[in-house]
Design a protein around this ligand. Sequence first.
Ligand code: C6P
Length: 425
Amino acid sequence: MSQDSLNVAQESRGEFEAVTRPDFAKIRAQFPILQQTENGQPLVYLDSGATSQKPLAVIEALDTYYRQQNANVHRGVYGLSERATELYEGSRETVRQFINAESTREIVFVRGTTEAINLVAHSWARSNMQAGDEIIVTEMEHHSNIVPWQLLRDQLGIHLRVLKINPAGEICLNDLKNMVSEKTKLLAITHMSNALGSINPVKEMTEIAHSVGAKVLVDGAQATPHMAVDVQDIDCDFYALSGHKMYGPTGIGVLYAKEALLEAMPPYQGGGDMIYSVTFDKTEYNVLPYKFEAGTPHIAGAIGLAAAVKFLQSIGLNHIAAYEAELLAYATDRLKQIKGLRMIGEAQHKGGVLSFIIEGVHPHDMATLMDQDGVAVRASHHCAMPVMQYYNVPATVRASLGVYNNRDDIDRLVASIEEAKEMLI
Ligand code: C6P
């Protein structure tokens, strides 16, 4: 990579940010939904892990697209369609820069992380794995990084092995070193756990997997809104992300995969746009990444996702990480002072997720009462049931942070927990 393109890539990931700290109150003001009340109280939104709220820049990009730019892509010869195509392909370039992929041919637009992982399972894994081969996942995976591999296991006779976590919610690199062998074909791991907040050392894990020739898939659903991601630095083979968790629209996400792998992989779905020519005898497939984008894509979604990426870059990922780390420390400290509260997930390297239970209170009852105070948190197994099994709890209450949260939100969270506790115990 030339120094110029290196600079552009680094700048896009927020590595050359202004020294001055952004004004996070002004950033919060860009989210119209946060001005409204819930049950008569100003909304405190602490469920960004489920989906983030959307800033004006994203809302306006979608509005402008549908008002002024809407046409199908890669098909029309008229100006409107050409402009829609330019916007759609421009969004691919924006995402490429954001995760520092080498080429836009490696950026496949999909519905989200779930579809990205299923694409790898159906296309790459089916054509590269056979009975007796192993896939390693961690004990902290979301169901979307477990179930596709189980389906494959039942069909192909492969083995699914689980890398254990410790009570803090961390994996151990030595355990992974001892687990990999020439049978390991894939390591499928989350970058940041949605249930615990743990951030995994994905670069080191990738190196270990590569040492035995295995491929690596990183589930980045929770990571991309919170930290700078560089897929070339991690050296992972696949990286999956969801637009709606990083301030973009729902229904759009990305599968990053190394070009050589995508070239060799069979299509995942057949239909329009993924072909070069079709006769009843034979179909020739389109070039990358279109081979994996059958049918009319979510054009508005891709444009909205690019607006979300630019929003993140305008703040700077390093500023976001620092701000959220500070808020997480404040929240952890305040929550730990609540009697009977047990924190689930205390990894040293942790993102903005506070999962907890209160002795004697079901998480669902707690979250339902908190809603009366206008505080939106998730109470659930968080689609990570094995994590609940490990900690021997049915569910947790989870407060997950976004760029718009502040200390007032945390104070309201704590007051609401105390009030709900009074009523429930
Ligand atoms: N987690 C949560 O509340 P989709 O639904 O495809 O955009 O993302 C799935 C997914 C995959 N991996 C991780 C680590 C995730 O957190 C999620 C989504 C949400 O935690 C909804 S269950």
